[in-house]
Design a protein around this ligand. Structure first.
Ligand SMILES: [Zn+2]
Length: 137
């Protein structure tokens, strides 16, 4: 079935142009033309979760603003993945929310040397989150 999200390549051009799409239905080929990408690529994205509608003749229609939100979501998801290792002090990555959070019930456990271990609960979903770290003091 669908393709992996990681295989979606959003170029800077798409990221820059997508917010300019309007709250209206575009034909797949119209979006492709506006963003200067291959219609085939967009068809692949509809299999990978891009919001779309299909009419009785099988044509794909996309709401411009929904397309833009989807691009933004993918962009942020990637940014979060890239910054996964660059959490600020006391931040822990919640795997369920898929983003860094400041945990509740924070406990910092010091280990050997400068090793520390941070654990707590995600303030949003409540699941337990933890990470190892280094005490830089
Ligand atoms: Zn969470």
């Amino acid at each position: 079935m669908g393709i992996l999200v990681e295989n979606i390549i959003l170029t800077q051009r798409i990221i820059a142009k997508a917010p300019g799409l309007l709250h209206m239905r575009y034909k797949l080929t119209e979006i492709a033309e506006k963003l200067d990408i291959n219609p085939r690529t967009i068809a692949d994205w509809t299999n990978a979760g891009l919001p779309h509608e299909r009419d009785e003749r099988g044509h794909i229609w996309i709401i411009g603003t929904e397309f833009a939100s989807w691009v933004e979501e993918k962009r942020l998801a990637r940014k979060n993945r890239n910054s996964h290792q660059k959490l600020s002090d006391n931040q822990v990555y919640c795997l369920r929310c898929n983003k860094p959070v400041l945990p509740k019930n924070l406990q910092i456990i010091t280990g050997n040397g400068k090793q520390i271990y941070i654990k707590g609960n995600c303030p949003k979903c409540g699941c337990s989150v933890n990470r190892g770290g280094r005490n830089n003091d």
